[in-house]
Design a protein around this ligand. Structure first.
Ligand SMILES: Cc1cc2nc3c(=O)[nH]c(=O)nc-3n(C[C@H](O)[C@H](O)[C@H](O)COP(=O)(O)OP(=O)(O)OC[C@H]3O[C@@H](n4cnc5c(N)ncnc54)[C@H](O)[C@@H]3O)c2cc1C
Length: 574
């Protein structure tokens, strides 16, 4: 629009308003198209937009609705990877942990972990101690404290509830937790959007069309309107496939001259399934996170304090089912309950205590012969030039922890394909939009201004979710006092968050708001009791019709049943 008159600008804007988002996309040219808005796609799109590339992100569901929202929420070096001598991966992850502490201090917080060490398990005291020393060495530039070893007596003083049978002692060390992993993804996307990227959720890439040695167009489907549009790419555009577990599906959708292309015959992803349970604080619940070796199979798993509850997981099983519908099996839930009760005998957790379950798959590289736990967690940038497609790169693997580094590497590779010198990557230093430190004067100002209207526990809570952007959430209550009210008396969340999610955070469904913009679904009875109050607010403040609300409630119930409520609960209800 540079150089156009005001009238021309107005005309263009009104044309854009009557065009669907896909048609708008079709009328633009992009340097880079990113498929998949999980953490890795979000990292790529932010880096690219900040470095000046005209970028489009296409996500078939909601941002972070894939593996990103099903993780253990740790920003960690991966102590376990030392056992397989993956030192470079551990070093890279530890370096990224430190960067994230600085660019997202409102979301990424230090987490103390404790490892109980037993004589009859596969990892003896000396091995854990050696691992700890190495972990500290590989994080020599960290701001977190180093580890400490605990002899048995000291350990039992600190953790008297843990099973003392065969106990040798323990170790404590720091990693980080990103309680709202979905929001880490979202803030990258919002930052990319602010830097000029076009970001679309609920838009599915159905086919990639290959012409000669290039992908020259994509057929996309708008999941809300049902519209299908073939988006033409410029003859310099690069396509990046960050669709996580769905990477092979995207590659299988490539057509060449109208028929399925043979460009990518080999499988790239070997998904493994991991499930978690969420329980309320229980007898003997630890004050720190526990990193425990399961007695049944020697696998390590976590018991982690999380938003006033405990997140317990995970399992690790090969997965070849439907990637769009993954749920914790009864056997996985029982395994996690049994192992927690073994380590904390007074816990007496039962199926009845499980408040929420979630399950997802790790988009790991395809390594058929290896046990799930032994498959590398390193990421691979797969350049399809070797299969005859010059402008396509797929990401295989890639943890939550290393997303920023992955974004940097991919954007460097994109510049190389564009034949341009890459500008320096800014994401190591540039804070995410909500970044704020506890001594920031904006906090005090917000408390002074809103303390009469909103309880200070709620204001604190908002800062822990939105960081500096809390000011925008609070400002919504200036115009509508009902938005200052709590959504439910049990939680500090306020109604303004619902409106903010839709108006400022690209949320389009009740699931988006309840599961990914907030954690309401996981902290209440699956969020089901909140639906009437939420739809009332959405009708009043966001223009959702009664019909929309009814349909959304129905979709919400289906989502919760298919993904989160254990099967044994459902069979009891029916
Ligand atoms: C159980 C478990 C625990 C984990 N714990 C940790 C942890 O504690 N720490 C850590 O660092 N990592 C952890 N991970 C790994 C980490 O969560 C994932 O590796 C990471 O989130 C992958 O992100 P991604 O963006 O590559 O994939 P995803 O988050 O899956 O994103 C891919 C996106 O592509 C979209 N998509 C798919 N097909 C299409 C299409 N046709 N058109 C448009 N969009 C499409 C999907 O909807 C999805 O949103 C864990 C993973 C699991 C499963």
């Amino acid at each position: 629009m540079v150089g156009s008159t005001d009238n021309e600008k107005l005309l263009l804007m009104s044309e854009m308003l009557i065009m669907s988002s896909l048609q708008v996309v079709n009328n633009n040219t992009y340097d880079l198209v990113v498929i998949g808005g999980g953490i890795n796609g979000a990292g790529v799109v932010r880096d690219a937009a900040l470095r000046g590339l005209k970028t489009l992100l296409i996500e078939k569901n909601d941002f972070s609705s894939g593996s990103t929202s099903w993780s253990t929420r740790l920003i960690h070096g991966g102590l376990r990877y030392l056992e397989s001598f993956e030192f470079s991966l551990v070093r890279e992850s530890l370096r990224e942990r430190e960067i994230l502490l600085h660019i997202a201090p409102h979301l990424v917080k230090p987490l103390l972990l404790t490892i109980p060490i037993y004589r009859d398990r596969s990892r003896p005291y000396w091995k854990i101690q050696a691992g700890m020393l190495l972990y500290d060495t590989l994080s020599f530039d960290k701001t977190l404290l180093s580890h400490r070893m605990l002899p048995k007596r000291k350990f039992l003083q600190l953790f008297p509830e843990l099973d003392p049978e065969g106990l040798h002692g323990g170790a404590q060390y720091y990693d980080c937790q990103v309680a709202y992993a979905e929001r880490l993804c979202l803030e990258n996307i919002l930052s990319a959007q602010a830097a000029g990227a076009t970001v679309l959720n609920y838009t599915k890439v159905k086919r990639l069309h290959q012409q000669g040695t290039r992908i020259d167009s994509l057929t996309c489907f708008d999941c809300f309107t049902g519209e299908e549009v073939t988006v033409k790419l410029s003859d310099r555009a690069v396509v990046v496939n960050t669709s996580g577990p769905w990477v092979d599906q995207i590659l299988e959708s490539i057509t060449s001259n109208g028929s399925t292309s043979n460009s990518s015959e080999s499988k790239k992803i070997g998904a493994t399934k991991g499930s978690h349970i969420i329980v309320d604080p229980f007898p003997g619940a630890p004050m720190t996170a526990l990193y425990v070796e399961a007695k049944t199979d020697g696998r390590p798993f976590f018991i982690i304090p999380w938003l006033g509850k405990y997140l317990i997981g995970t399992t690790d099983k090969r997965f070849q089912g439907n990637l769009d519908q993954i749920k914790a099996d009864n056997s996985e839930i029982d395994y996690l309950l049994t192992e927690t009760n073994r380590i904390i005998p007074i816990a007496h957790l039962s199926r009845h205590d499980v408040k929420f379950t979630y399950s997802g798959v790790r988009p790991l590289p395809w390594e058929e012969s290896k046990q799930p736990g032994k498959i590398t967690r390193k990421h691979i940038l797969y350049d399809h030039a070797k299969e005859g497609i010059a402008n396509l790169i797929s990401l295989i693997g890639g943890k939550l922890t290393t997303y920023r580094q992955v974004g940097e590497e991919i954007v460097d590779a994109v510049y190389q394909k564009l034949g341009q010198q890459a500008p320096p990557c800014p994401t190591k230093e540039k804070p995410l939009p909500g970044a704020i430190l506890p001594n920031d004067p904006r906090l005090k100002k917000a408390f002074d201004e809103y303390n009469n209207v909103i309880p200070s526990t709620s204001i604190h809570h908002l800062f822990s979710i939105y960081g500096a952007r809390t000011i925008e959430v609070l400002a919504l209550t200036d115009h509508s006092s009902d938005l200052a009210e709590p959504i439910t008396p049990e939680l500090p969340d306020i109604k303004a968050q619902i409106v903010y999610a839709v108006n400022s955070e690209l949320a389009r469904t009740l699931v988006d708001i309840t599961r990914r913009r907030t954690s309401l679904a996981m902290l209440t009875h699956y969020g089901l009791d909140l639906l009437p109050v939420m739809t009332e607010i959405l009708g009043k403040h966001c223009g959702w019709s009664a019909e929309d609300c009814d349909r959304q409630i129905e979709d919400y119930r289906t989502y919760i049943q298919e993904n989160c409520i254990p099967d044994y609960e459902l069979s009891r209800e029916s």
